[in-house]
Design a protein. Structure first.
Length: 293
């Protein structure tokens, strides 16, 4: 954290900062824990637009556990500190079925926030400009990404992936009009959990910078993208809890929606761990039968 950023934060808080430590964060921002004379706060530096993210968090906070935004500064947010551990660190603990159920319920609850139309938020008022439907966007988006992914995928795989995206894109017409809040980066590092009294609870959903209005199936697909790396009991309970709120077919449509994220991820620079995992998944998906619609 730069001295200038520390000064801005201290001025906004009206308090001196006694110590700074770096927390695990996303690839597009820096996250720090600040000690104050009377407590702790978290500072997020970077990200696409903190003002939009803060507005999303404000509407989400009525439905799911989200840290309170204390201040929004140019290029930064100051958040309340929420105790807990990342979900990824809880996978070695007992009661994975209980934990999976709790996470599935909270992820489903995000979608209870709705908007007038699907699309991406353009300002802190959460305005959504009209856009083409997801079913129309996927083939072109996949083509653009595959043209930029030559450093990670061979030509045959890129061609096969583009063909797969094009073949399944029409299925998204079934959910093109859905306009629910989508977190768009639901994964174990962005979920804080606690276990007070021996019962698992979701303490906070973090990092809303990529949120948009669309289908909640995308969040479920994001959460289960690398399900092979998680405890089986957790994954099964998550799917059951999330699926109890949605009709049959949500897993297939989520699988198609996740093609957007996978296509984008593999364009990241070399050395990006999640991008490398996404490339492995793309190779797998191009050589196996897709799930049933």
């Amino acid at each position: 954290m730069r001295a200038e950023d520390l000064r801005r934060v201290s001025e906004a808080l009206g308090s001196p900062v006694t110590s700074v430590s770096t927390l695990a964060g996303g690839f597009s921002h820096e996250t720090c824990l600040l000690e104050l004379p009377d407590g702790q706060v978290v500072v997020r530096l970077g990200g696409p637009d903190p003002a939009i993210e803060a507005a999303v968090m404000a509407v989400a906070r009525d439905q799911v556990p989200v840290p309170e935004v204390l201040h929004v500064l140019p290029g930064a947010m100051i958040l309340e500190y929420v105790p807990g551990i990342p979900l990824s660190e809880a996978f070695t603990e007992p009661a994975m079925k209980e934990l999976g159920h709790q996470v599935g319920e909270v992820v489903a609850q995000i979608a209870t926030v709705t908007f007038d139309r699907p699309g991406f938020f353009s300002d802190a008022n959460l305005s959504i400009p009209p856009e083409s439907a997801w079913s129309e966007q996927l083939p072109a988006m996949a083509a653009t990404c595959m043209a930029a992914a030559g450093h990670r995928l061979d030509p045959a795989t890129r061609e096969a992936w583009l063909s797969l995206c094009t073949a399944h894109a029409p299925a998204l017409s079934e959910i093109d009009a859905q306009s629910h809040l989508v977190h768009a980066d639901i994964n174990p590092k962005n979920i804080l959990v606690t276990r007070p009294g021996g019962t698992w609870q979701v303490a906070a959903i973090l990092d809303w910078e990529f949120s948009y209005s669309g289908s909640p199936y995308g969040d479920a697909a994001n959460m289960t993208r690398f399900a092979a790396d998680y405890p089986e009991d957790f994954v099964n309970a998550f799917r059951e809890a999330f699926g109890s709120h949605h009709p049959d077919g949500w897993e297939y449509l989520g699988w198609v929606l996740d093609m957007f994220a996978l296509s984008d991820l593999v364009t990241r620079p070399p050395g990006h761990q999640i991008a490398d995992q996404a490339a492995t998944r793309i190779r797998t998906l191009t050589t196996q039968a897709p799930p049933h619609p």
